[in-house]
Design a protein around this ligand. Structure first.
Ligand SMILES: [Cu+2]
Length: 115
C-alpha cells in the first residue's frame, strides 16, 4: 500500500511509481475537502482525515485530478517492477573520481621494490 497525502499544496507525491498489484491510498490531510478523480477511479468528497484507495492491476500511467480544484493533479505510474536506484552506482562514481596520481605512486613504489 502506497500513500498519497492530499494537502493544500496538492497531491504528495504528485508522481507515484508503483508495481503492478499494489494499492494506493489517498489521505486528505488538508482542512478542505478534496476528491480523487481519474479515468478508472473516482472518490467521493474526502473530508479531512478521509481516505480513498484503489487497487492497480494494470500497467500504465494513470492521471488524476481533484474535480473540486482542477489544478490539483497527480499521476500514478504502474510498472512491472519499480525501478530502484541501486547503491553500487554511487560507489562506481566515487571510484572514478579517485585521483590518478595515487595509482602511479603505488606503481613507482612497486617498481622500486623490484630492483
Ligand atoms: Cu481539491
Amino acid at each position: 500500500m502506497k500513500i498519497v497525502s492530499i494537502t493544500e499544496k496538492g497531491f504528495i507525491p504528485s508522481t507515484l511509481e508503483i508495481a503492478i498489484g499494489e494499492s494506493v491510498e489517498w489521505v486528505n490531510d488538508d482542512d478542505h475537502s478534496h476528491k480523487v478523480n481519474g479515468d478508472k477511479f473516482d472518490s467521493l468528497e474526502l473530508k479531512k482525515g478521509d481516505k480513498f484507495s484503489y487497487f492497480f492491476n494494470k500497467i500504465g500511467t494513470f492521471k488524476y485530478n481533484c474535480s473540486i480544484h482542477k489544478s490539483m493533479k497527480g499521476v500514478v505510474k504502474v510498472m512491472e517492477v519499480v525501478p530502484v536506484i541501486p547503491e553500487p552506482v554511487v560507489k562506481e562514481v566515487e571510484a572514478k573520481v579517485q585521483p590518478q596520481p595515487d595509482v602511479q605512486k603505488e606503481k613507482e613504489i612497486s617498481n622500486f621494490e623490484d630492483k
